[in-house]
Design a protein around this ligand. Structure first.
Ligand code: NAD
Length: 335
């Protein structure tokens, strides 16, 4: 029997999670929701059964000629789990619906950690989600940091991590907000909340973070410095990253001079140019005066997609950590 998955909020993350679920043998999409009868709703209805996220909007969809099968409540009756991909903080408003329907739920990184029994990033803490009813997949930035740090933690004794995030200001489709010409400290008061978020999945890592927004939509960039007890050969780190499918190494020598070039590569490589992997610059990996340096880019629209699939498997105890990660990697083409 396949796990029946509902997607509440067919937006940037929701449409990607829906497509990823469809590629798995042990789960299936029973429906997706939209709040408004826009072009994304029309496209969603062509691929999946569409439901109205807000019950009194059914008529609006019908008036626009978009077929809906019912409301979110109807959809929850058919589902074993709902992946809430609504905008940040809206998931908390939706949670009582899920509790009432008696379905498990996954929330995204825009929600506060206490919404769920566990925060989740597959490499860092798969087992914390096993058998749980409510899980939060951490944000794109936190996922990017958690992957790299969980690998390094297994290799070395980490003393302190300092990470600066240079964040894309909005996603490409967002035309209502943005930053046209400037660099925005966000937050101004430091450190940023990202470090605390990393600790929700890697509690014993000593980390401090800062963050700035810049006028780009393609990717985030992280500058990471890790103080390590003892000596590090950067080649060992490169070799370990080469082995890890969820990390992809890029090299300046090959022409990857910026995030623009990484996305240009991804445009040929995957549907929607989704890079599910951390994009790490090979030459950036260097050890100097007790600190390991790494520069990586994160495709914010895609990186949490495999984590949502692994979270579903953990919550239903369908597979152990490595079995799930391997299945997800294979089906999404993460090699
Ligand atoms: P989005 O705005 O692209 O999509 C949100 C969708 O939810 C839209 O289709 C919207 O119509 C729908 N929606 C609005 N109100 C709703 C409601 N009450 N119930 C159900 N659906 C509703 O947003 P997104 O970028 O996909 O973000 C979704 C979540 O994922 C947020 O928590 C966000 O923080 C997190 N996240 C986003 C990114 C990213 O870069 N886009 C990365 C990682 C995590």
């Amino acid at each position: 029997m396949k796990v029946k998955v509902a997607i509440n909020g067919y937006g940037t993350i929701g449409k990607r999670v829906a497509d990823a679920v469809s590629l798995q043998g042990d789960m299936e999409v029973v429906g997706v929701t939209k709040t408004r009868p826009d072009f994304e709703a029309r496209m969603g209805a062509e691929k999946y059964s569409l439901y109205a996220a807000i019950p009194d909007r059914v008529e609006a969809f019908e008036n626009a000629g978009i077929k809906v099968e019912g409301t979110i409540e109807d959809l929850l009756e058919k589902a074993d789990i709902v992946v809430d991909c609504s905008p940040g903080k809206v998931g908390a408003e939706n949670k009582p619906l899920y509790e009432k329907a008696g379905v498990k739920a996954i929330f995204q990184g825009g929600e506060k950690a206490h919404i769920a029994e566990a925060s989740f990033s597959a490499l860092a803490n798969y087992d914390d989600a096993v058998g749980k009813n409510f899980v939060r997949v951490v944000s794109c930035n936190t996922t990017g940091l958690a992957r790299v740090l969980s690998i390094l933690k297994d290799m070395y004794s980490l003393k302190k991590v300092r990470a600066t995030m240079i964040r894309r200001v909005v996603d490409p489709k967002e035309d209502k907000k943005g930053l046209v010409n400037g660099i925005m400290p966000d937050p101004v008061k430091l450190p940023s909340h990202h470090a605390e978020d990393v600790k929700t999945v890697l509690p014993d890592v000593n980390i401090v973070t800062t963050a700035f927004k810049v006028p780009t939509t393609l990717m985030h960039l992280h500058s990471i410095a890790v103080e390590i007890d003892g000596d590090v050969n950067p080649d060992d780190v490169i070799a370990r990253f080469e082995e890890e499918p969820r990390i992809m190494l890029f090299s300046k020598e090959e022409g990857f001079t910026s995030t623009a070039k990484i996305i240009e590569f991804a445009r040929e490589y995957r549907l929607r140019y989704d890079l599910f992997e951390n994009a790490v610059w090979r030459e950036s990996i260097n050890f100097h005066d007790g600190e390991l340096y790494i520069t990586q880019a994160i495709h914010q629209e895609a990186i949490v997609v495999p984590e949502n699939i692994d979270a579903i498997r953990a919550m239903f105890e369908l597979a152990d950590k490595w079995e799930s990660i391997k299945k997800t990697n294979r089906t999404l083409g993460i090699v």
